[in-house]
Write a protein that binds this ligand. Sequence first.
Ligand code: C2E
Ligand code: MG
Ligand code: MG
Length: 756
Amino acid sequence: MSVQRIARTATVIASVAYLFSLVPGFRAGPDTSTVWDVGVYAAVPLLAAVSCFARGLRGRRDRAAWLSIGAGLTSYAAGTLVFNAVLLPAGDPPYPSVADGLWLALYPCTIIAVGILVRTRMSRGFGAAIWLDSLVAGLGLASLFASFVFPSLADGTTSSDAEIVVNFAYPVLDLALVITAVGAVTMLGAWRDRTWLLLGAGFLAYAFADSWYLVQLADETYRPGSLVDFGYLAAATLVALAGRDRSDEAPEAARFEPQSPSFAVPGAFALLAIGVLTAHTHPGGMAVAVVLAVGALTAAWIRTALTVREVVALSDSRRQARTDALTGLPNRRAFYEVLEVAEKRPAGTAPFVASIVLADLDRFQEINNAVGHQLGDQLLCKVSQRFAALVPGGGMIARLGGDEFALFVPGLRAAQAAELSRTLLGALDDPFWIKDLSLHLTASIGITELGAGTQISHALAKADLAMYRAKAAHTGCEIYDDGRDGDAWDRLSIGEDLREALYGGQGLTVEFQPICQLPELTPTGVEALVRWTHPVRGRVRPDQFLPLAEKAGLMSAVTRTVLDQSLDEARRLRDRGWELSVSVNLSASDLLDDNLLQIVELALAERDLPGRALRIEITESLLVDSGAGAVERLFQLRALGVDLAVDDYGTGYSCLAYLHDLPVSYLKVDRSFVNRMLEDERTALIVASTIEMAHGLGLRVVAEGLETPEQQEWLSAHGCDLVQGFLLSKPVPPDQLYPWLAERARAVSSTIPVYP
Ligand code: C2E
Ligand code: MG
Ligand code: MG
């Protein structure tokens, strides 16, 4: 038996025993007994505190909240001990006393706890609003009392200020607590949640006992060891019982559908109680106080009701944002939220299994086009109704968009999900009647099982892959399988990892490869080449990940990173007196990017670099394929002073004449030609004539992939202007580039290179 359970049981037994002790004739001796009114009376809140501490220490969930309540109850128990064991026996205890301080500490602790409990249950953000509002209501009330009511109260009575403050502190804080709890329950729609009901009942019990006590005090009918005292014990016991929690076991799937606020009953009750109380505590001449108290309470009541209305309206719009307008099913966002909640399950909870079932209608686009969108929509609604009727309890179905539906079913293994899928497919067997049309639909379903360790955020994509396999093979339903879908998954996941690398800060780096002028091999520039080291796979080649980046819409982010790092390097080179141009490769989507020009211009200006510090390389095929917009962009770049180079020349089908109309100044002969030119006469002929024709058009020629001194000699003899290749240097990180350049400069001459 756990500590919490023992403490909880003991709390209940002790408070019930205390209740029995109040039966007339039960207690031997005088009315007030040390055993009952000191021992048992302090033991109940103390045991309740132990139970809350144990609850807090047991799991991570709600830990702070229960520790806070535990601390509050401990302080409360200490107050009881001090008062009943020390102050009372000493005779005529002061009011207020230390005990009041200890008792009152229960309130902030509990209000904080409710705030925490609400925050962890609401999806992002709402918790703070409601608990702040409750706090504002409580504090507002208290200050109102302090500034208006207390002086006038003090005028007409012999009570001290402190006495009045403390007198009011109890009911005001009780009220704040009840408002907070009712607000929380309303917000969470947790009217059937045992934890909240017990907590709320406990708070009400405190409010009730305090009111009753103060009434008795004013009537001078209170005596220790009466039923009022049991009220406090009942309150502590209810709070301890609220700590019994079984909700850890299942992930909470979007269970916070807000209910309409019903503040009337508790609000009216609180109002009545405080009104009566105020009248009773300070009889005679206190009409102003009563009016003010009731007025302040009304204000707080309205404020809280307003807050709740606002928040409910807000959560209503959130609900709408999570609902698919056409079918009324949860939408993609709602589905992701449920997955997120499942992913954030606290560690160490019971093993978790669930399946995602993804259904996509076959040929729906064709049907939609044939029958028209309106009827297509009706069809989707009917499909969603048939599917929704088959979702097992605890599961959810969402429309992800178009003709795609997804089910999330906790507790379901893949094999069971396959059975469910066949039922779903069976639900489509009967034709759909729309107007006078009878339509037959089929669907393809992909399944993925989530177990411990599965990254849930990837699950939907995996179900998607399985669904595509089902669609391609016309099998109806397939379960994701690493063996069969692994390759496709790899490609997808690399894309995701790249996004992470780009936006998560671990980033991409750039290496630089020198470009030198023939015949002396004077360095005139460097080419920036992007590098990515994947956390698991290690280095991924640019030709592997760049196409993925292009597909995933990440290319402009890649280009920006490369451009920034390249120009940073250009700046550093220039600061050392090296006026080398840095070549940056652009891709297809860069040329379509309206912001490109502005980005380049800004990047140069930020570093106070002239346009010719940058060279842009565009592959030949890209030049040929891109439209007029791209060509215009090239002219604009050229106008900034940026040089343009045609990369991988010879691999596409462009002709030199075409290049003549473009603002290009460099031609980079592809390395496949340089590689073969000494072995293959035809290749040599192509390279030689390319150099000649390019010169005729006013272009300078760069030979890529220079690997041997023989190639260098040949190129030099045929008038090639520049070379780049492993013979000179591999692409290297900046810290290796500088020694290489210094070495090269010493070898060629003592003159400082300038931009060509
Ligand atoms: P590229 O622009 O033609 O770059 C030259 C490629 O040839 C580089 O490969 C370089 O490492 C390699 N190389 C240089 N000298 C030699 C040599 O002597 N022998 C051999 N066998 N190879 C040599 P890398 O770095 O793998 O880049 C491949 C391609 O990826 C680049 O071809 C370029 O088209 C693209 N790329 C690289 N970085 C970027 C970038 O930042 N943005 C864009 N859009 N594309 C990039
Ligand atoms: Mg290049
Ligand atoms: Mg190239």
